[in-house]
Write a protein that binds this ligand. Structure first.
Ligand SMILES: Cc1cc2nc3c(=O)[nH]c(=O)nc-3n(C[C@H](O)[C@H](O)[C@H](O)COP(=O)(O)OP(=O)(O)OC[C@H]3O[C@@H](n4cnc5c(N)ncnc54)[C@H](O)[C@@H]3O)c2cc1C
Length: 357
């Protein structure tokens, strides 16, 4: 019997154990400092957006601001359909939503958690916090599936290069001198929805921007299309006696138009200048920090240069990594969990291969 230890029973750790269990010559222990698979519960707004529809590996991998090229080889070994097959085998039936995101038919992350844990027949989950891989010397294989929260000491013990952790997929705080945008209002910009929050901006588009800009230094500006100025110009011409604000409110929420136009809101359309129209083509936000409220993942982690395409350490052949602990992060839509499934599968595949020989 060879002994495997997995640190962390998040999605990647449990998926790795599920795939290791087929090898009867392996004893599998998971050390977990908290509740097993707790981190899957809030996913997809508690519905668990398990993955995303895929046609082509390279296209799919474009959704990872960090890890894109590294994932080609990982996805070649285990991709979306293979993960869906694993879930189906353990009783998790899935369906694809109109926006191509996959969810369990139960629409319940609690159900996914229960079924994944039930699929572990031989794996022992032991409550224990691991601070250093030196504590795990008795094991033949060590898998770090510990995610990125509070793991600095443990990661340093691996002697691997660590890419600094940064918040990604989160809301952004705006400069204090910004106009007082109406809280709770949504702007449907051409590029996507922007939600105005107490301190700044949030919503799917902002999550994506926060992710792309994870390593950009603050402050920085974001400019998005506000409205179609040709259409606005026509409306203004057709309604010369109406107020500028009422016409702009046909395109964007009135409360937002009031903030943007300020004293010009009540101006007659006939008196609006060309430059006043052109000013509404785009809107620019000055971002001063992340708000860490909607934070979904961290960019950064174990540097990919020091791991093989089976997520095995190049410095210590006993050591493997999977999931978010790697310097891989994706956009919203199921991409982060797919990284967990695919990297965890590759780790399990390699360990089984070594253990057999
Ligand atoms: C609110 C929210 C919603 C999300 N929704 C989605 C979604 O719908 N789809 C999607 O693809 N992604 C989603 N994500 C991202 C996704 O949840 C993560 O990418 C995923 O959980 C990472 O899994 P992991 O197993 O690598 O790490 P984690 O989930 O972080 O799990 C790590 C585990 O290791 C344990 N651990 C850590 N350190 C130690 C230690 N020293 N000793 C012992 N145990 C330790 C932790 O307690 C934890 O249980 C969401 C994230 C959040 C926060």
């Amino acid at each position: 019997m060879k002994k495997v230890v997995i640190v962390g029973s998040g999605p990647s750790g449990v998926y790795c154990a599920i795939n290791l269990e087929q090898a009867k010559n392996l004893q599998i222990d998971i050390f977990e400092k908290s509740m097993p698979l707790k981190t899957i519960l809030p996913t997809g707004g508690t519905r668990c957006n398990i993955t995303h529809w895929a046609n082509d590996i390279k296209e799919f991998a474009k959704n990872y601001p960090r890890g894109e090229k590294f994932l080609y080889s990982i996805f070649h070994k285990h991709f979306v359909q293979e993960s869906l097959d694993v879930f189906s085998k353990i009783g998790i039936k899935t369906y694809m939503q109109e926006d191509e995101r996959y969810f369990p038919k139960s629409n319940s992350s609690k159900d996914v958690r229960e079924k994944m844990l039930k699929a572990l027949r031989r794996t022992r989950i032991i409550k224990r916090k691991i601070n250093s891989i030196k504590e795990l010397n008795d094991y033949d294989f060590i898998v770090l599936a510990c995610g990125t929260k509070g793991v600095e000491e443990l990661l340093l013990s691996t002697e691997h290069k660590i890419i600094p952790l940064k918040s990604a997929l989160c809301g952004l705080k705006l400069d204090l001198n910004s106009p007082k945008y109406p809280q709770g209002v949504v702007l449907n910009a051409k590029e996507g929805e922007i939600l105005f929050t107490k301190e700044g901006i949030s919503g799917p588009l902002i999550y994506k921007i926060s992710s792309i800009n994870a390593y950009k230094s603050f402050p920085y500006d974001i400019t998005v299309d506000l409205l179609d100025t040709k259409k606005l110009e026509n409306e203004l011409k057709n309604n010369p006696k109406k107020s500028f604000g009422n016409i702009v409110s046909l395109f964007i929420p009135k409360s937002l138009a009031q903030v943007i136009l300020n004293q010009n809101f009540d101006k007659k359309c006939a008196n609006v200048s060309k430059s006043e129209i052109e000013n509404l083509k785009t809107i620019t936000f000055r971002v001063i920090s992340t708000d860490n409220k909607g934070e979904i993942v961290h960019a950064g982690g174990i540097c990919l240069d020091e791991v093989t395409n089976f997520c095995q350490s190049k410095l210590n052949p006993k050591l493997f990594f999977c999931g978010e602990v790697l310097d891989i992060d994706g956009f919203c839509g199921g991409y982060n969990l797919q990284n967990c499934w695919s990297s965890a599968y590759c780790v399990a595949l390699k360990i089984k291969e070594i253990a057999e020989n």
